[in-house]
Design a protein around this ligand. Structure first.
Ligand SMILES: NC(=O)c1ccc[n+]([C@@H]2O[C@H](COP(=O)([O-])OP(=O)(O)OC[C@H]3O[C@@H](n4cnc5c(N)ncnc54)[C@H](O)[C@@H]3O)[C@@H](O)[C@H]2O)c1
Length: 247
């Protein structure tokens, strides 16, 4: 049987792009998302095209929910050997206005949620002596970003978590890398634009050295490479898929 790849945040944007790419790569794919109806629809569309997929509603910030979702996909598809953690939220708030609740939720979803999903999937990889983990970080953690102290801190944590686990797990056949996007045209970016929190995808796109916004497929291509045969000697790396925005 084909390997099982789990993708969080798979109802939308980058996660959905990665799920589609993994289907094309021939994996069985588990789509996980807080948006239960959305992830079900995405899975049904892929299944209708002949893919072996499962879907589960999950709040990555809730450990019980994460455990239950991974148990469910494991029982439907088998042990999880590939994991991409794309579930995430963003928020634009000046530092003095960031509430305790906003700080805690950003960290809980983006950083602790990433950790919880890795912890839930890892035993399958260790049992197989083979695993591929790709986290999704952000350029904001490399360059800084105004009104994004909580978001940038959460993504900086994701980068450090990735490196720590790469070193810890290398001898057990598990690689751990992070893909760091800059501007990707997704519902997240368009929502921020519509809310007036961000000047806009089409305004920023010409400022990108490669002259356009990224697409979910751009990020998915890097995930595909890292999880495929070509990525077998790459671990602990941050791959900036950012059109040259941060070098
Ligand atoms: N779009 C960009 O420009 C950009 C840039 C850098 C990094 N990123 C990162 O890429 C990842 C994907 O972003 P996107 O642009 O595809 O956003 P998106 O909003 O289109 O998709 C994110 C998905 O995560 C899900 N999600 C949110 N909270 C969740 C939770 N608690 N549990 C489970 N699922 C949850 C949402 O329901 C949604 O389907 C995020 O981690 C984001 O921070 C995006």
């Amino acid at each position: 049987m084909a390997r099982v790849a789990a993708v969080t945040g798979a109802a939308s944007g980058i996660g959905l792009g990665v799920a589609k790419q993994f289907v094309a790569d021939g994996y069985q794919v588990a789509l996980l998302d807080l948006d239960g109806p959305g992830v079900k629809v995405a899975a049904e569309e892929l299944r209708a095209a002949g893919a072996a997929v499962a879907s589960a509603e999950v709040d990555v910030a809730d450990r019980d929910s994460v455990r239950a979702a991974f148990d469910q996909i494991r029982s439907e598809l088998g042990p999880v050997e590939i994991l991409v953690t794309s579930a995430g939220i963003e928020n634009f708030t000046a530092v003095l206005d960031i509430t305790d609740e906003a700080w805690d939720r950003l960290l809980a979803v983006n950083l602790t949620g990433t950790f919880a999903c890795i912890q839930a999937a890892l035993p399958d990889m260790l049992a197989a002596g083979w695993g591929r983990i790709v986290t999704i970080s952000s350029q904001s953690a490399q360059s800084g970003a105004p009104s994004m102290a909580h978001y940038s801190a959460s993504k900086g944590g994701v980068i450090a978590l990735t490196k720590a686990l790469a070193v810890e797990l290398a001898r057990q056949g598990v690689t751990v890398n992070t893909v760091s996007p800059s501007l990707v045209d997704t519902p997240m970016a368009r929502k921020a634009e519509a809310a007036g929190e961000f000047i806009g995808v089409d305004v920023v796109a010409p400022m990108v050295p490669l002259g356009r916004a990224g697409t979910p497929a751009d990020i998915a291509a890097a995930c595909s490479y890292l999880c495929g045969e070509g990525g077998s000697y790459i671990t602990g790396q941050l791959i900036g898929v950012n059109g040259g925005m941060y070098i």
